[in-house]
Design a protein around this ligand. Structure first.
Ligand SMILES: O[C@H]1[C@H](O)[C@@H](O)[C@H](O)[C@@H](O)[C@H]1O
Ligand SMILES: [Fe+2]
Ligand SMILES: [Fe+2]
Length: 303
């Protein structure tokens, strides 16, 4: 177990308790958080006996063993070239039709369903924040890394919760025990609370485990999206449950991160709890999303 003496940065001391920071942004929402997922379990229950449990646990075993500092560095360099494809945002949504996420205990539907379910749910409650609708639609597009034309990366290098590398793995990471076989686990440069980072260095300076979040952030940024900084933050850290849901690693945040985290908390509710077996009528909502894509992105993007 990795436990540390309780010490808080000055910024951490000023932070509002988890879950209370989005009151000012909260809408008069009609969204009802369901008590159980499509399989009759509570959401994100990684211990519940279900058909998905084994697949999900094996996923995290592979993920925790292989996501090391060196691996992340190599992947960032390689995929940062954006030389794999040229296509529009919508074309990418359609590519996701064939993939099911093996890390997810709550959903076994193709990913395009999840994108539309999230976007439509948040659109209902925040009708005027069109940037948030589009952010929801694209937040998981990085899962295209599973596709053969993107190198058909294994699931452990694409999906699942994310965490910083280069410092100790916090115990709030699901299935934490599998980190023991990660090459960084016993490396003294990487296994202290701060590791290679300094307090309040800002998440932008932190190397996160490699996957769909960081990749889609890169794609959006390099293709010069006009989405606001909160949108890029949501895309980049939406799988960072250890931080946004369990409050770990907060000592690495700076003031800007604290601001952006408010929107991520709002987003997370829709990302997680809109997962269901109810399908969206793609053709019906497509024109609306095409108009948003046109507003915030070039017609073709480099991937
Ligand atoms: O299983 C899920 C899924 O892969 C999501 O796309 C990701 O954002 C979550 O953090 C993860 O736990
Ligand atoms: Fe995701
Ligand atoms: Fe998602």
């Amino acid at each position: 177990m990795t436990s540390f003496p309780i010490h808080q940065t000055e910024l951490e001391k000023k932070m509002i308790p988890l879950g209370d920071d989005n009151k000012e942004l909260a809408s008069d929402d009609g969204f009802v958080v369901p008590k159980t997922n499509a399989f009759g379990h509570t959401f994100r229950d990684y211990d519940a006996e279900s058909e998905r449990k084994k697949t999900v646990e094996e996923f995290y075993r592979m993920n925790h063993i292989n996501q090391s500092y060196d691996f992340v560095k190599r992947m960032r360099q390689e995929y940062g070239k954006l030389n794999r494809a040229e296509m529009s945002i919508w074309e990418c949504c359609e590519l996701l039709n064939e993939f099911v996420d093996e890390s997810d205990p709550d959903l076994d539907e193709p990913q395009i369903e999840h994108l539309l379910q999230t976007a439509e749910a948040i659109r209902k409650d925040y009708p005027n924040e069109d940037w948030l609708h589009l952010t929801a639609l694209i937040h998981d597009l990085g899962k295209v890394l599973l596709h053969p034309s993107f190198g058909a990366l294994p699931q452990w290098a694409v999906v699942g919760d994310t965490f910083p590398v280069g410092c100790a793995f916090h115990e709030s990471n699901v299935h934490h025990k599998y980190f023991k076989d990660n090459p960084d686990y016993n490396n003294p440069d990487y296994n202290t609370k701060n590791g290679i980072y300094s307090e309040e260095c800002g998440l932008d300076n932190v190397m996160m485990s490699w996957g769909h979040d960081d990749y889609m952030y890169l794609v959006a940024k390099e293709n010069k999206t006009t989405l606001p900084s909160a949108a890029l933050f949501i895309i980049r850290y939406h799988s960072f449950y250890p931080l946004h849901t369990y409050g770990a690693y907060r000592h690495l945040m700076n003031e800007q991160d604290v601001e952006n985290l408010k929107w991520l908390h709002i987003f997370n509710k829709y990302d997680l709890y809109s997962k269901s077996k109810v399908r969206t009528d793609v053709e019906k909502v497509k024109p609306y999303y095409l108009s948003l894509i046109d507003k915030y992105f070039p017609a073709k993007l480099r991937w």
